[in-house]
Design a protein around this ligand. Structure first.
Ligand code: 16G
Ligand code: ZN
Length: 551
């Protein structure tokens, strides 16, 4: 019929590149931008179908995050603001790798039947688009529109340049029936930040020039968005560098991935910044790390990574909960034991896991790498805090807990307005509005960090000193077929090829506090090696010998 011929006609305009097989990894499809036209077109089709299926607005983001500027990628945001449901990933792979328009259309027809998707009648579909600042994004967005428009009844809204978390936030807000524009995002973040600052004990420290936060924008989208946000705040001093408008190249020697992996200062920073509080975003602003420049003699940073952001958030949340409970008189107040959980991956520094378990007695869960895995686990708690060491993470609040908290706040407001308990309730409510509950968000995370540091009266050094990271090393080994390495137990144990795991255990045993694992990257043709041990020299040796096992 009409639909089939439209699909055949438009698909013929975007043939897949020869000999390239793409897979919907942890972060969607990612490759050199020149290889992506066909994939983006087809993901446009998929997004439209997903919208028909869910009867909600779906997001489609063009970004390759922290990867080099010539790469690009495409991923889909589901109605809850999270990643595309995992049971649709095999369909994504099938669509994108179909060799001819005829095959493509037959896969689509088959899938529509299987999923019982209704394309006719009163139902409609809508896809919202966003892209990062990569030059290739402009034309790839047009290609995505072609894909969406090749499904009859699907509408498309293009929001231009956005951070990845902004688009996820907008999709989540939209499906909850809330205000969902980019402006609403800025308003919600800035008003909840102001609310938190107003609840700071002893009032807000006036932000003197030498207390300002200096932010590395990775020459990506985050810097310009942070400037907009900053203009809506009057109680935070921020200087943004590496905004991408001074001919700096996206992610080159800058950005959260560089700072966290290399532990070196990003371009644009130097001896003038020794001791200052600095932060770094990645190319699409879903990762955040803090750092300070150690000395003017070396290029090394004192890194405050995702694990420490997680620890700071966990400290704050548990502290507010205990204030709230302290005032609870079991006779007159309803009490609610919120389940708080912390989710990390095997990349979490061992010192952070020890710290979280010992000092805060929190439940710590490990998952494989990739936001979808952490997010899923965190969603099982009333307050679930998840972070990857690389700086991607957020806090999730359950609906049940939030409605209890709101009722509690109202009750406290009527009987003890302005009490410590009520302030704690208001702080937690403000956190739930400030933090992006769709996905990790460098901008909202940064505002939460800043407000907690103010609340505690902590410097970045005090925060960094919560515990001392064990020395660690990450290496990558180029391989022909990374799928040859198969892991289990949240990627901490290699089950294939046989023998490697025993060899890793034997190497690790040689070093005090040694720990090492390998896993296939989800984004590059490499095997990643991680090691930690009690000294830098030891850990470098350990990482190198484990890397040799892979070669
Ligand atoms: C992707 C993931 C990130 C993960 C990284 C690991 C999402 C949205 N992003 O960027 O969470 O840390 O991949 O990369 O899930 P790797 O597999 O190459 O080590
Ligand atoms: Zn990113």
């Amino acid at each position: 019929e009409e639909q089939v011929s439209l699909l055949l006609k438009s698909a013929a305009l975007f043939p897949p590149p020869h000999g390239v097989k793409l897979s919907y990894g942890t972060a969607g499809f990612r490759a050199d931008a020149s290889l992506l036209q066909s994939a983006v077109f087809r993901v446009g089709i998929l997004a439209a179908l997903r919208s028909f299926k869910t009867q909600s607005v779906i997001g489609l983001m063009i970004t390759a995050s922290h990867n080099k500027v010539t790469d690009n990628g495409v991923k889909v945001a589901d109605p809850n603001g999270g990643m595309l449901s995992q049971d649709w990933e095999p369909f994504a792979d099938k669509l994108v790798n179909a060799s001819t328009p005829q095959l493509l259309v037959s896969f689509i027809v088959e899938f529509i039947k299987k999923e019982n998707i209704q394309l006719v009648g009163k139902l409609s579909a809508e896809v919202w688009l966003g892209r990062d600042t990569r030059p290739s994004g402009e034309s790839l967005i047009e290609v995505a529109k072609e894909g969406i428009n090749s499904i009859i009844g699907a509408a498309v809204l293009d929001f231009g340049v956005l951070t990845t978390p902004q688009l996820h936030w907008m999709i989540r807000a939209r499906s909850k029936g809330w205000k969902a524009t980019e402006q609403n995002y800025f308003e919600q973040l800035s008003s909840s930040f102001r609310c938190l600052m107003d609840l700071t004990p002893n009032g807000i420290k006036v932000n003197v020039e030498d207390d300002k936060l200096i932010v590395d924008g990775a020459n990506g989208v985050g810097g310009e968005k942070l400037e907009i946000l900053n203009s809506m705040l009057n109680n935070l001093a921020i200087e943004v560098r590496n905004c991408g408008n001074d001919r700096g190249i996206l992610n080159e020697g800058v950005g959260a991935d560089y700072v966290q992996k290399e532990k070196l200062i990003p371009r644009g920073f130097g001896s003038k910044d020794v001791g200052k509080r600095c932060a770094s975003l990645d190319g699409d602003a879903d990762r955040l790390v803090y750092f300070s420049v150690l000395s003017d003699l070396s290029n090394e940073v004192d890194l405050v990574d995702g694990d420490k952001i997680l620890s700071l958030f966990a400290i704050f949340v548990t502290e507010q909960l205990s204030i709230l409970y302290k005032g609870a008189d079991p006779e007159t107040h309803s009490s609610y034991q919120a389940r708080v959980g912390v989710v990390q991956t095997a990349y979490a520094n061992g010192a952070s896991t020890d710290y979280l378990k010992q000092s805060s007695g929190l439940e710590v869960v490990l998952t494989p790498t990739g936001v979808k895995f952490l997010h899923e686990k965190a969603a099982l708690y009333d307050i679930g805090i998840y972070f990857e060491a690389n700086g991607h993470g957020t806090i999730l609040f359950s609906d049940g807990f939030l409605s209890w908290l709101e009722a509690k706040n109202n009750e406290l407001a009527s009987i003890s307005e302005g009490s410590e308990e009520q302030k704690a309730a208001m702080r937690l409510l403000a956190v739930s509005r400030l933090i992006n509950q769709a996905v990790g968000d460098a901008l909202s995370g940064l505002l939460l960090v800043e407000s907690i540091l103010q609340y505690k009266g902590w410097s970045v050094h005090k925060w960094a000193g919560l515990y001392e990271d064990l020395p660690s090393r990450q290496l990558k080994v180029k391989v022909v077929d990374r799928t040859a390495v198969v892991t289990e137990n949240a990627q901490t144990v290699v089950v294939r090829p046989l023998g490697i795991q025993d060899a890793i255990i034997a190497e690790t045993a040689k070093y005090p506090r040694g720990r090492s694992f390998i896993r296939p990257s989800g984004t590059e043709d490499v095997i990643r090696v991680y090691a930690e041990a009690s000294t830098q020299e030891a850990v470098d040796n350990l990482a190198n010998s484990v890397a040799m096992l892979v070669d």
